[in-house]
Design a protein around this ligand. Structure first.
Ligand SMILES: Nc1ncnc2c1ncn2[C@@H]1O[C@H](COP(=O)(O)OP(=O)(O)O)[C@@H](O)[C@H]1O
Ligand SMILES: [Mg+2]
Length: 249
């Protein structure tokens, strides 16, 4: 059974960071398990956090399928082959980038095929970690799979939390089943302010974790070093490890 974890939230809250660090945790702590990272943000950048090259995206493939399918080939077969080739195979985990979302044209048939192809690919992994763009409208267009854990990331502000709360409503409208939804507050310096702590208790979703501001992470990002290389004893690595342990217990 594949465990699917999706990360969503407002822009700049740390979604890609958290997704990357969850992948890092799985690689280091679940040896022998297959991990697929899905970059569902059109401005793909999860690969940088994972230290992988960015190759063809599913969006590129959808475009190419309009003209690239040769005579005697079925479009499904062509798409199936192309998407499988687009899975970037890293040493420790694989990556599939969604790229640009569908345009206004009628690509419905292609999208439908792509979703089931991606679901077929995902099913062969033990863990799928999906990094989403800000907002959630696209989550259900990307997958027909159930999401086991949806993590809504917020910064340490009342506005951030209000945005997360609004997303809970949106997520209930998705055409996919989301088993658990949790709040994660990121980039907290010192203790959480009491007003924020009190606010979390009024929300409809449980607070899974408070992740610390970690200067080492800033240093890595500043140098363009993949976050998968962060040491185990970095505060953010330890915090994400306890998130993962609670999720996967
Ligand atoms: N816990 C943290 N401590 C310090 N900096 C962080 C932390 N989480 C994220 N950042 C920084 O915040 C910025 C935005 O993070 P990112 O993961 O790209 O957000 P998103 O994917 O939600 O847009 C990045 O520069 C990242 O280095
Ligand atoms: Mg991001």
């Amino acid at each position: 059974m594949t465990v699917t974890i999706a990360v969503a939230g407002k822009g700049g809250t740390g979604k890609t960071t958290l997704a990357g660090l969850l992948v890092r945790y799985l690689i280091r702590n679940r040896p022998g398990k297959k991990v697929l990272a899905i970059d569902a943000d059109p401005s793909s950048n999860l690969h940088l956090v994972l230290g992988l090259p960015l190759t063809q995206t599913v969006g590129d493939i959808r475009e190419e399928s309009r003209t690239g399918v040769g005579p005697g080939q079925s479009r499904t077969e062509w798409l199936n082959y192309a998407v499988r080739m687009a899975v970037e195979e890293g040493d420790d985990c694989d990556l599939l980038a969604m790229g640009r979302p569908e345009g206004q044209g009628c690509y419905c048939a292609a999208n439908h095929m792509l979703r089931s192809i991606m679901d077929g690919i995902a099913a062969s992994y033990d863990y799928v970690v999906m990094d989403n763009e800000a907002g959630m409208e696209h989550l259900s267009r990307r997958t027909t799979r159930d999401v086991d854990h949806l993590l809504l990331v917020s910064d340490a502000s009342l506005r951030g939390m209000a945005a997360a709360e609004a997303m809970v409503g949106l997520s209930r409208e998705l055409e996919i089943n989301v088993r658990n939804i949790y709040l994660v507050i990121n980039r907290v310096i010192g203790e959480m302010p009491p007003t924020l702590r009190a606010k979390t208790e009024t929300l409809s979703i449980p607070l899974l974790a408070v992740l610390p501001y970690d200067p080492l992470l800033v240093e890595f990002d500043g140098q363009g070093r993949p976050l998968v290389e962060l040491p185990d004893d970095a505060p953010i690595s330890e915090a994400v490890a306890s998130v993962a342990q609670r999720l996967l217990a």
